[in-house]
Write a protein that binds this ligand. Structure first.
Ligand SMILES: [Fe+2]
Ligand SMILES: [Fe+2]
Length: 226
């Protein structure tokens, strides 16, 4: 990946990986284990918060800028965001709640099946929405906006996220990435963040796993010098 909107595409990759993972997790879920259900709910809550942050940055910056140049592009994507809030995210919240409160094996079985079904719906909806953003919308964006405008957009979107949430976002993405994508993301952050913020970010990522970080130091020798 390259170009000013690299991070945007990494975020999309991370969302797609997570919805796929959650569908598989819902299928395998031990419906009799409240701790496992609670851990799954935590995974989902973090995902949901981060998706909302991502969508807000699209709605506040990317969509209005696109709309000024090409009418009736951005609003179709906004429509997806709003529709999924009402239908999919609300239904998943209800499905988790039903599973947490189900009593008796039959009820728990039905509630767990329903949660799995909702996760499959989320997976497919996100796959389509993000494919459209990557394959239909981004080429328009790249044609309409020159490189400095793209960089300005990437900066505005990233700058709208508070540092703590940004740290959560990067940690979440790093956790599921291949070594190659981790390297790409770190190199990109190194380019856009002030040195102090980059140092804070790498310190946090280093704490997520020694073997993973050793691999990053091998790939990006400056990291070991810092
Ligand atoms: Fe979107
Ligand atoms: Fe998106």
């Amino acid at each position: 990946m390259s170009g000013p909107m690299t991070m945007y595409l990494y975020i999309h990759d991370a969302i797609l990986r997570e919805v796929d993972d959650m569908e598989a997790r819902a299928r395998e879920l031990n419906r009799d284990d409240p701790d496992e259900i609670a851990a799954f709910k935590d995974q989902y809550d973090l995902f949901h918060n981060l998706v909302k942050v991502h969508e807000k940055s699209e709605e506040d910056f990317l969509f209005p800028a696109l709309n000024e140049r090409i009418a009736f592009v951005a609003e179709t994507y906004l429509y997806d965001h709003n529709d999924s809030d009402e239908h999919i995210f609300a239904d998943i919240a209800a499905a988790f709640d039903a599973l947490a409160h189900a009593s008796g094996n039959g009820d728990r079985k039905a509630a767990a099946r329903n949660l799995w079904r909702e996760k499959a719906v989320l997976n497919e909806m996100m796959r389509l929405h993000i494919s459209k953003e990557n394959e239909l919308m981004m080429p328009h964006f790249e044609t309409e906006f020159d490189l400095s405008e793209q960089a300005e957009m990437a900066g505005a979107m990233a700058g709208s996220v508070d540092p703590q949430t940004m740290g959560q976002f990067v940690a979440w993405m790093y956790g599921g990435q291949t070594a190659q994508d981790r390297e790409g993301m770190i190199r990109f952050l190194q380019m856009i963040l002030p040195p102090e913020a980059f140092g804070g970010m790498t310190g946090m990522l280093k704490g997520l796993g020694d073997a993973e970080w050793a691999e990053m130091e091998k790939r990006i020798p400056d990291l070991a010098d810092g």
